[in-house]
Structure formats: structure tokens, C-alpha cells
Design a binder for this molecule. Structure first.
Ligand code: PLP
Length: 408
């Protein structure tokens, strides 16, 4: 029993109710029993047995906990797991995927006039982050169609030297599979760090740090959490110093996840491989079903031989699968007809998220890409008859039957 606890022992009766009701439970430690799962340390601050210990923790001389914005055991337990998943040395958890992306970009030490290269095909909010936060600050963001490595090669030779390249492995919502290996190779030669948003592919399909990326970012709201009950993000890095710098950045900006959300994510991560293997199998069945349906104009799924990047996906993902997202266009459907199709779905949720155990359908034109002008959407081929399905773990036949009845 700790010194503090033994000091407490025997004196309980002498404290007043007001004191007991806030202190009693925490002092009742139960050695030698240890929980088999990480407890939720819902504590704002941590005491040390001696004030000198606190001094040393603050000075960074010994590890420990003082304040949950700096470090918390439940959050750290999640971070250790996520670092392992992506084969990094350090993971830094954030309150959301957007908070993680924001920190990743801030860490590049951008300043007015600096250049940042980015894939043109992006999650809508990331695009807005670039245009509404970084561009007004004077950062020049150059959006490239990364399907053409020649464009990247040319952008890397222009001056001033770009501070980094950002890309998503599988783009949202069109599911282009970027040749991450070649893009990283080109950037490595030019000594430009690459930040990869691996949310869609998950560490189950690809580990960009192994290919030489500087940072991997996930919205852990999606496949990592996996149960539609948490919002979170993470950056994983190989370089310990960079990890420490990102941790210091999070301490200042304060975008830490709550211990409860971290615990939920940690619980979700434990079944990531089980969930994704079922999801990837289901997605492959659903994609083939849709490709043969007369009401479907086009299906985009990297596992289909008809997908333009099928061979890149095969090289990048190996035999591990092709992801859980299937994007498709309903033949000749206008906005009203797409909304009717969504209303007719019974098993599949119409929900603005992905990567859950539940199947979820998203209509980009009214949700994730709503803030882009119709002309911009058209230029990205995000047409009004295009929807994105995140396939869940339900029985595959229930999913195809649901789609069949909703398509009519
Ligand atoms: N990156 C991708 C690819 C996403 O799809 C999303 C959200 O959908 C994000 C980042 C942002 O994550 P969050 O909603 O957790 O902030």
C-alpha cells in the first residue's frame, strides 16, 4: 500500500462527510488485485507520493503523470497499441481525426510563402482545413492529381522546396488507389516528408511508415474504433524525436481525447483484424453484386478487376483485401431519386461515417462534399447519382437483398 494510503488508513473516521464523499473511493486501493483491462483513468490530475517526484516528472527527468492534457494512463495504453499496429515507435492520440491532421500540418513548421503539396482527391473537411486555415496564413497549397506521378515529379523540382506532401491511400469518395510507394520514393529522393491519411486502408491493408512515410494519420472514429460510438484521431511516427515534438504540440493545443473515448477506441482496436476481414469479404461480395445490377451505372471498388487501379491495389495490399468501401452510381438517378433509394434501405444505415460494424451509406453531394461548388464536385467526378457504401459485418445476403429491394 502506498505511503499516502497508509497515512489515510485508520483516520477515515476522523474526516468529515464532505471530505469522505470526494476521497474515500480513490483511497480504497485493492492490492494484490489488478484489473485485466486498462481502467478508465478519468482523472484531471495525478498526485505523487512526494512533491520531489512531481518536480522530476514536470522536468521530464522521469516518466509519470501530472495532468491529463499532458499524459494519462488510459490514453497512453491506446497510444502504445496504435504505435504497434502501424509499426511506428510513437503514437499520439487526438480528440478527432481533424485535430490529428491539424497537428500533423502544424508540425511541418509552415510559414507564409511556404509550399505544401497535396493530393487533389481528399476528404472534404481536410480540403476546407487547407483552404480556410492554412491558405489565409499564406501557405501555398498545390493540389495534384496523384494518379499522374509526372505531376508530382514536376512539383517536387519547383522552388521553394515544398515542406511536405499529403495524401490519402484510398481517396474519398472515389476510391482511387494512389501509388503510395512511388510517391514516397520520389519524395524521399527530394527529402520531402510525406504525411499519409491511412483511415480508409487501415493498418490491416498497408503500413505507410514501412514504405518511408514520415507520419501516418488516422481518424480513429472509423475502423480503429469501429462501433460508431467514439470520435478520435491519431498520428503515428517512426522518429522518436518527432513523436516527442508532436506530443508537445498536442499539450499546447490541447486536442487530447478523453480517457473514456480512448478506452472505447482501445476496446475497438482489439477486434480490428476480425472485423476488417469480415468487412473486406462482405465488401467484395457487395461490389460484385452491384456491378451486375442493371440499375447501377458504375461501381468503384479496388478489388474489382474493372477498377482502374486494381493492379496498384493488388501490389500495395497483397492478399489482405481491398477495403470495406464501395462507391457506386445509380443509373440516371437525380438527387430526389437518390434520397428515395436511401429512405428505402432498411439494414443499411444512412449515416455520415464509415468503418463501423454497421453498413452505412453516404451521399457525398449533400454531406461530405456539400461545401464544394457543384462545378468543383463535377470536376472531381462526384456526381449527383454517386453514393458511398461502408460495408459492415452483417450477413452478406442481407446486405445484397437490402440493396436489391431499395434499387427496385
Ligand atoms: N480523414 C478521412 C479520410 C476521413 O474520412 C475523415 C472523416 O470522415 C477524417 C479524416 C476526419 O476524421 P474525424 O471525423 O474523426 O475528425
Amino acid at each position: 500500500m502506498s505511503e499516502r494510503n497508509s497515512r489515510w488508513k485508520g483516520k477515515k473516521q476522523t474526516f468529515r462527510l464532505e471530505t469522505l464523499q470526494v476521497h474515500a473511493a480513490e483511497r480504497l486501493k485493492m492490492p494484490p488485485f489488478h484489473p485485466t483491462t486498462v481502467p478508465i483513468y478519468a482523472a484531471t490530475a495525478f498526485e505523487s507520493e512526494r512533491a520531489a517526484t512531481l518536480d522530476q516528472i514536470f522536468a521530464g527527468k522521469i516518466p509519470g503523470y501530472v495532468y491529463s492534457r499532458h499524459a494519462n494512463p488510459t490514453i497512453e495504453a491506446l497510444e502504445e497499441t496504435l504505435a504497434v499496429l502501424d509499426h511506428g515507435t510513437t503514437a499520439i492520440a487526438f480528440a478527432s481525426g481533424m485535430a490529428a491532421l491539424h497537428a500533423a500540418f502544424l508540425s511541418l513548421k509552415l510559414s507564409p510563402g511556404t509550399r505544401l503539396l497535396s493530393s487533389r482527391d481528399l476528404y472534404g473537411a481536410t480540403y476546407i482545413l487547407f483552404n480556410s486555415l492554412l491558405a489565409p496564413f499564406g501557405v501555398q497549397i498545390e493540389f495534384l492529381d496523384l494518379r499522374d506521378t509526372g505531376l508530382l515529379r514536376a512539383a517536387l523540382t519547383k522552388k521553394p522546396r515544398p515542406k511536405g506532401l499529403f495524401l490519402e491511400v484510398m481517396t474519398n469518395p472515389l476510391l482511387h488507389v494512389i501509388d503510395v510507394q512511388s510517391a514516397i520514393e520520389l519524395c524521399k529522393r527530394a527529402r520531402i516528408p510525406v504525411i499519409v491519411d491511412n483511415t480508409f486502408a487501415t493498418p490491416m491493408l498497408t503500413k505507410p511508415l514501412e514504405l518511408g512515410a514520415a507520419m501516418v494519420v488516422h481518424s480513429s472514429t472509423k475502423y480503429l474504433g469501429g462501433h460508431g460510438d467514439v470520435t478520435g484521431g491519431v498520428i503515428v511516427v517512426e522518429d522518436r524525436q518527432q513523436g516527442a515534438a508532436l506530443r508537445a504540440l498536442r499539450k499546447i493545443t490541447g486536442a487530447v481525447p478523453s480517457p473514456f473515448d480512448s478506452w472505447l477506441t482501445l476496446r475497438g482496436v482489439k477486434t480490428l483484424s476480425l472485423r476488417t476481414s469480415r468487412i473486406f469479404q462482405n465488401a467484395s461480395v457487395v461490389a460484385s453484386f452491384l456491378e451486375n445490377h442493371p440499375r447501377i451505372e458504375r461501381v468503384r471498388y479496388p478489388g474489382l478487376p474493372s477498377h482502374p487501379h486494381h493492379s496498384i491495389a493488388r501490389r500495395l495490399f497483397g492478399k489482405r483485401g481491398y477495403g470495406g468501401l464501395v462507391t457506386f452510381q445509380i443509373r440516371n438517378a437525380d438527387k430526389r431519386q437518390v434520397l428515395c433509394f436511401m429512405d428505402r434501405l432498411t439494414v443499411i444505415n444512412s449515416a455520415t461515417t464509415l468503418g463501423d460494424i454497421y453498413s452505412e451509406l453516404l451521399y457525398p453531394a449533400i454531406s461530405s462534399h456539400r461545401d464544394l461548388s457543384p462545378a468543383h464536385r463535377r470536376s472531381l467526378q462526384i456526381d449527383d447519382n454517386l453514393v458511398r457504401l461502408s460495408v459492415g459485418i452483417e450477413h452478406k445476403d442481407d446486405l445484397t437483398e437490402d440493396l436489391s429491394q431499395a434499387l427496385g
